[in-house]
Design a protein around this ligand. Structure first.
Ligand SMILES: CC(C)(COP(=O)(O)OP(=O)(O)OC[C@H]1O[C@@H](n2cnc3c(N)ncnc32)[C@H](O)[C@@H]1OP(=O)(O)O)[C@@H](O)C(=O)NCCC(=O)NCCS
Length: 470
């Protein structure tokens, strides 16, 4: 790894390394036995609770989370190291391929991403829907299906009307009827089979292979940025080939090139969200893949699962919460009141982490760094967030092992990057698409359809009662 890569943003690197040192000092050294393999005593001593808690669904080499110790690594590389020295491009390559790219492999991969970012047909289709009135995640999910259409021939295109010919240069025209020629009913024009170069190679493999993963990693950001623009009643920005992945996302969202600090902060946030064990959205995408559907449908289900407020939807709610609290002075009473009402405070708690989430250890200081020297309003936002954190930890850390999770500070980080709260969860998907695709790709190598069972607790032998006797 080139440790001198981020020369313009050394203060960010130092901040990450400080967070790493602090984590290591608190966690200590975790032995292999405690961390992996046998300690789970799988499959015999595995107790499974509601929400499949404790269940082990597969083996994986993609990433590792130790919730007791607060450790996270991708393909064996510690998350702090990756944030300090790597980039999202390298990390997504690492997740997919299992090893860091050579300089040449990275150049090729970056070139592919640059090409795949341009998706005119997908964007044209997207723009024919009222995206500005839709939930951004719903629009994103729809966009991935348009990508599938643009990239693959899974729907046996050759058997259907040739849309590319039928849609004229006039974008208002609809590919439906033949020229008006006086028939009493419309005649739909189905053209004869046309052998297009694409259809020969584009088959099921395309939609379950590495190219589809690259396509999705590059394309989901383009769709996300287009959705953000359309929601503001503006046209999407075309990606710029000379910018990095994070740089392009920032540019397509904000319409200006990022400063080195903004680019780096977004890049670190992307790395932190790229993969996280068998979380709900990853599992959802794997379940779909296990039916031998395809990777576009898998990613679509990942997006659907990520949308929920218990998962990726939490970061948007955190920002609303901090604004609702209003000031550090209100934090104590607000937390007390929420807990008395048995409410869950967004951005806290985790199924796996029973200690401080390592991702929050980086995002917290990053958020503070971005807010230093800012307006009173921004300073107030971060001080309120810190005070709420302290109050929640004082109340819940010891008894319930509740600490801030990845979503707690990401909202503040994104806000400082000029990103609208409605786009926080789509931005999570932009990054997590690397983890979804890497795990799906790994799983389908030795695929077995997911099919758990439910413990039946209902009645038996009930006698059917006719409708007029009920
Ligand atoms: C993440 C989450 C869904 C994990 O759920 P889970 O593993 O099923 O944990 P549980 O809901 O069983 O929580 C265990 C206990 O901690 C409490 N708890 C969990 N998260 C809490 C929170 N954010 N605020 C207050 N109490 C919380 C629960 O009320 C429960 O208390 P109890 O044992 O007295 O009933 C849950 O912590 C949550 O809803 N957090 C808020 C949403 C969020 O930030 N999601 C993003 C996750 S990355």
């Amino acid at each position: 790894m080139n440790r001198n890569r981020h020369q313009e943003t050394t203060e960010i690197t130092e901040l990450i390394l400080d967070a790493a040192a602090k984590a290591r000092a608190e966690i200590g050294v975790v032995g292999k036995q405690a961390a992996t393999g046998k300690s789970a005593k799988w499959p015999i001593d595995c107790t499974i609770g509601p929400g499949l808690e404790g269940a082990i669904a597969c083996e994986s080499k993609v990433g590792y989370v130790n919730g007791g110790a607060g450790l996270l690594s991708y393909r064996g590389y510690d998350i702090f190291e990756l944030c300090a020295y790597s980039t999202y491009e390298e990390v997504s390559y690492l997740l997919l391929h299992g090893h860091l790219p050579t300089a040449e492999a990275l150049r090729d991969y970056e070139q592919k991403l640059a090409n795949y970012r341009h998706m005119n047909q997908t964007l044209r289709l997207l723009m024919s829907f009222p995206v500005e009135k839709m939930n951004a995640m719903a629009a994103l999910r729809m966009g991935t299906i348009f990508m599938r259409q643009e990239f693959t021939s899974l729907d046996h295109e050759e058997a259907k009307p040739d849309l590319l010919d039928a849609i004229s240069a006039d974008e208002d025209s609809i590919a439906m009827e033949t020229k008006p020629s006086g028939e009493r009913r419309a005649i739909y024009e189905f053209k004869k089979k046309k052998s297009r170069k694409k259809s020969k190679k584009s088959n099921r493999d395309d939609a379950n292979g590495l190219e589809a993963c690259y396509h999705l990693i590059a394309g989901v950001p383009t769709i996300t940025a287009a959705i953000a623009r359309l929601r503001q009643g503006m046209m999407p920005y075309e990606p710029l080939n000379e910018l990095s992945h994070a740089g392009n996302i920032f540019y397509m969202l904000n319409g200006r090139r990022p400063t080195p600090i903004e680019e780096r902060v977004l890049d670190v946030a992307l790395i932190l969200h790229a993969d996280h064990g068998m979380n709900a959205s990853t599992f959802a995408s794997m379940v779909v893949a296990s039916t031998m559907s395809d990777i576009y449908f898998s990613v679509g289900s990942g997006i659907a699962a990520l949308n929920g407020p218990l998962h990726g939807g939490a970061n948007e709610r955190v920002l609303h919460t901090i604004r609702e609290v209003g000031s550090p002075e209100n934090a104590g009473a607000w937390v007390k009141d929420s807990l008395a009402k048995n409410e869950k405070i967004p951005g806290f708690g985790h199924r796996v982490y029973k200690t401080y989430d390592p991702r929050a250890r980086i995002l917290g200081p990053l958020a503070k760094f971005q807010c230093s020297g800012c307006t009173d309003e921004i300073q107030n936002l971060i001080s309120t967030a810190e005070k709420v954190e302290q109050e929640v930890i004082n109340s819940l850390a010891q008894e319930k092992k509740i600490f801030p999770n990845v979503d707690y500070y990401s909202g503040v980080v994104y806000t400082r990057l000029g990103i609208d709260p409605a786009m926080f969860t789509p931005l999570f998907a932009v990054s997590r698409v690397a983890g979804w695709t890497a795990r799906v790709l790994e799983y389908i190598q030795k695929n077995r359809i997911f099919r758990p069972r439910a413990l039946y607790t209902g009645a038996f032998n009930r006698e059917f009662v006719a409708i007029d006797e009920r």
